[in-house]
Design a binder for this molecule. Structure first.
Ligand code: S3P
Length: 187
């Protein structure tokens, strides 16, 4: 089902920002950008914001200052995005929803949606593993599978879940829109 202009207008007035959570490769950025375009809403990506403020890449932040520093920046920038008006579509890095402070901020100030997929799907979608510091030391499929065991319990606490296995980006976007229309009971 594709949404009508009327439905898009109502969805764009959602009372909270929508935060897309999920593993690396789940499509958060591509889906988020497309959703924002369709709904005519602002789009923000917490990793991009961190990189813009730090003036270096995520990989370099991990390398030079360590993951803990990255997580501190992530929580700080995420809170700024959650406070921004108007409401927006926000995609966050794979670890954000698994860090207590960021998790709490998202739960409190946003509607969260987990873009779920199997490890094989995730890896097939990640073209550039070298830009992902957590995937560079070892077999990416094994690493993502191990992360799944640790992280899925956090992602499962999202308000909404959309499985994207076997879906193209455009199909994932449609499924997310259908899920939002059902959630907000928009006729
Ligand atoms: C991370 C995911 C990355 C980025 C950083 C850490 C993670 O974002 O935030 O490399 O902990 O899973 P994407 O999920 O957009 O790849």
């Amino acid at each position: 089902m594709s949404i009508s202009k009327h439905q898009a207008r109502i969805l764009a007035q959602m009372p909270k920002s929508l935060v897309l959570v999920g593993h690396m490769g789940s499509g958060k950025s591509c889906v988020g950008r497309k959703l924002a375009e369709i709904l005519n809403m602002n789009y923000a990506d917490s990793d991009q914001r961190i990189e813009a403020i730090a003036g270096i890449s995520t990989a370099d932040i991990f390398e030079l200052y360590g993951e803990e520093k990255f997580r501190t920046l992530e929580t700080r920038e995420l809170k700024a995005l959650l406070n921004a008006r108007p409401r927006q579509i926000i995609s966050v890095g794979g670890g954000a929803f698994c860090q207590p402070a960021s998790h709490e901020a998202i739960k409190k100030h946003a509607l969260s949606l987990w873009l779920q997929a199997q490890p094989k799907t995730l890896i097939a979608r990640i073209s550039n593993t070298s830009s992902r510091p957590l995937l560079k030391d070892g077999d990416p499929l094994k690493i993502i599978t191990a992360l799944t065991a640790k992280r899925d319990a956090f992602y499962a606490q999202a308000d909404l879940v959309v499985n994207t296995d076997g879906l193209e980006i455009s199909e994932s976007v449609e499924k997310v829109l259908d899920t939002l229309i059902t959630y907000f009971k928009i006729g």
